[in-house]
Design a protein around this ligand. Structure first.
Ligand code: SAH
Ligand code: SF4
Length: 357
């Protein structure tokens, strides 16, 4: 529920409208999952609420910890399916990578999620609950750390689940709820052009990342079938028209696949393509998984590719794989258990706030 939904819910129960906001704040600001902890509601309202509503859509089934501090959460939905979300500490920052769908329909050849096919969209509650469960886990495991950044880069294509994406963004950035900053949220897409155009017209403005992954249509057609529908020309035209906030730039993701898209000629083509777009490129050396016939390029090849892009004036960064020992790195999320140790979760109760009536 959005705050408006919660207020309408309160009125429909015969309660004062402000009860809706009180309840909503408990859930989205405090991360409360237990109605009996809502101490500013009368016992009667709490009892009625417990009969008529539940809080939270997901449960933590498993937490795997990587040697680099990354944690992968396997979460189960009410209908018994699993999704994955990843917490990535990086200095003072902690970024959470969240899923928007169970599986994905886009079928990129190099991606493990693609092999699952699309099972279903996540609803907005399931998207935001990943964040609330991760905040609880962090509060318990590393109280000095706070969740600072959010990326829609887990399982699924966020723009294929457009309405729930927007609803989840509105909920997570609401200043009476979790209050995450739009500037610290990034939505990543494989390039659904009509939805990109629609996103540009929204009043909510997350950062945008686009999985380009190829320097020409021939290669992109092969590794990302979506390119046959919206090719690089159409995609870049939409991005050139995308209204960017001041001091922001588009991130292009480029998965480096050995002998597919990693030559110096490809680097030059890529640099030429992106001339005139306010952007940076994140190079992601391919993370292996068993279902795909690709290889990660040698370090020297990766370095030469990056150097060539930089020499040609394209700001280009290398993403070091995080959590790849637990299959938590980019493109490895597919609900496979790899036998890594399971860390049991202990969750602290939400601290009470004083009653007001
Ligand atoms: N569906 C969206 C969001 C998922 S983000 C999108 O594709 O943008 C996942 C990112 O990981 C994408 O940039 C994708 O290109 C990249 N990726 C997928 N499989 C990968 C793999 N095996 N190794 C490295 N990166 C991968
Ligand atoms: Fe879907 Fe993104 Fe994987 Fe492509 S890379 S299959 S769009 S999750």
């Amino acid at each position: 529920m959005t705050l408006d939904d919660a207020e309408a819910f309160a009125v429909a129960q015969g309660w004062a409208r402000f009860r809706g906001e009180q309840i909503w704040r408990w859930v989205h600001d405090k991360g409360c999952r237990d109605i009996s902890e809502m101490t500013n509601l009368s016992r009667e309202v709490r009892d009625q609420l417990a009969e008529r509503a539940t809080i939270g859509s997901l449960q933590i089934a498993e937490v795997q910890s990587s040697s680099d501090g990354t944690r992968k959460l396997r979460l189960t939905t009410r209908d018994g399916q699993s999704i994955e979300s990843v917490l990535i500490p990086d200095g003072d920052k902690t970024t959470q990578c969240i899923s928007s769908q169970i599986g994905c329909a886009v079928d990129c050849q190099f991606c493990a999620t693609a092999k699952m096919g699309l099972k279903r969209n996540l609803d907005a509650g399931e998207i935001v609950d990943q964040v609330y469960l991760a905040r609880r886990l962090l509060a318990e495991a590393e109280p000095e750390r706070r969740l600072t950044n959010l990326v829609y880069m887990g399982m699924g294509e966020p723009l294929h689940n457009y309405d729930n994406l927007i609803k989840s963004l509105r909920i997570l950035t609401h200043d009476k709820g979790a209050g995450l900053s739009q500037r610290r949220i990034t939505v990543s897409t494989s390039g659904l052009v009509p939805k990109l155009e629609r996103l540009g017209g929204e009043d909510i403005r997350p950062n945008l990342a686009v999985s380009l992954n190829a320097p020409n249509d021939q290669i992109r057609d092969d590794i990302m079938p979506i390119n046959r529908k919206w090719n690089i020309g159409k995609l870049l035209a939409a991005l050139r028209a995308y209204p960017l906030e001041q001091r922001r730039r588009i991130t292009f993701e480029y998965v480096l696949l050995a002998d597919v898209n990693d030559s110096l000629v490809h680097a030059a083509q890529l640099s030429r393509l992106l001339v005139g777009i306010k952007c940076k490129v994140n190079l992601i050396p391919w993370n292996p998984h068993p279902e795909a016939p690709f290889a990660r390029p040698a370090d020297a090849v990766i370095e030469a590719f990056q150097d060539e892009c930089k020499r040609l004036g394209l700001p280009t960064y290398l993403r070091t794989p995080r959590g790849d020992d637990i299959d938590a790195a980019c493109g490895q999320l597919a609900n496979r258990s790899n036998g890594s140790p399971i860390v049991p979760l202990r969750v602290r109760k939400t601290p009470p706030i004083p009653a007001v009536d």
